[in-house]
Write a protein that binds this ligand. Structure first.
Ligand code: MLT
Length: 245
């Protein structure tokens, strides 16, 4: 399997991903939120780039069964139902609901992927399920994989990169993998730090920012590995839970 890494959402812009499977990662916190919401029974998540777009999509939805979530500057958006804390996306809150989500980086990364044959979302919580999905897919189709790290406002973010390294490492245990220089570096960094992910990210600027804001429980939750089997898949602008055969 050939895997390339795109370090930020912005660098995914303008590329035609035709013939590839794209994996989007925004560990802190968008893809962790989406994975948790779908794991807890949300019907679908609609990722949008702006607050205005979120409001206009909401106006066209069955509002009794729709929630608006996300963040700006890591904080809840005024008038929205939920912030970008995965801990808020509990079963009793999201089950059966449509979620409209807008975040600074993650939902942009998802919307920046044009033309990919399949777009799936990853975080530490579903890394093993995601790797299994990619291996299963490789038995049916011969497609290259591109991992798009969302980053933070145009800068590479190590939390996303560490998760990319973990996914490549998991894939290497099951199949032959060829990756680019960044993929090699991230796999090595993950392997040297896999017993202490929090320590590996202690200098990471986005993590430090969330830490300063007091979001310790979110960070802890987002760094838990392989605890869910949900693989979010983007289909016609909506993210759903991939139905396993
Ligand atoms: C994002 O998509 O920008 C984030 O997940 C940021 C955050 O949760 O603070």
């Amino acid at each position: 399997m050939k895997i390339t890494i795109i370090p930020t959402a912005q660098q995914a812009q303008g590329i035609n991903f035709s013939g590839q499977t794209a994996v989007v990662i925004d560990v802190l916190r968008a893809t962790s939120v989406i994975t948790t919401a779908l794991e807890n029974g949300a019907r679908e998540v609609i990722p949008v780039k702006t607050v205005e777009e979120a409001q206009s999509v909401y106006a066209q939805c069955d509002t009794a069964n729709t929630l608006r979530g996300g963040e700006r500057n890591a904080l809840k958006i005024e008038g929205f139902d939920l912030s970008n804390s995965p801990l808020e996306y509990k079963k009793k809150v999201v089950e059966g609901k449509t979620l409209i989500l807008t975040t600074t980086n993650g939902t942009n990364a998802i919307n920046n992927i044009i033309g990919a044959d399949e777009v799936v979302l990853a975080c530490f919580r579903n890394a093993a399920a995601l790797a299994d999905h990619l291996v299963g897919l490789s038995h049916c189709v011969n497609r290259d994989v591109v991992i798009v790290c969302a980053g933070t406002e145009g800068r590479f973010s190590l939390d996303d990169g560490l998760c990319a390294g973990m996914i490549i490492d998991l894939l290497k245990q099951q199949t032959e993998v060829e990756t680019d220089d960044l993929g090699l570096l991230l796999t090595h960094y993950y392997n040297s730090n896999k017993t202490n992910l929090l320590g590996a990210l202690s200098g990471c600027f986005h993590l430090k920012r969330l830490f300063t804001l007091g979001f310790y429980d979110d960070i802890r939750f987002c760094l838990e590995t392989n605890c869910v089997t949900t693989v979010p898949i983007v289909q016609e602008g909506k993210i759903k839970k991939k139905q396993m055969p």
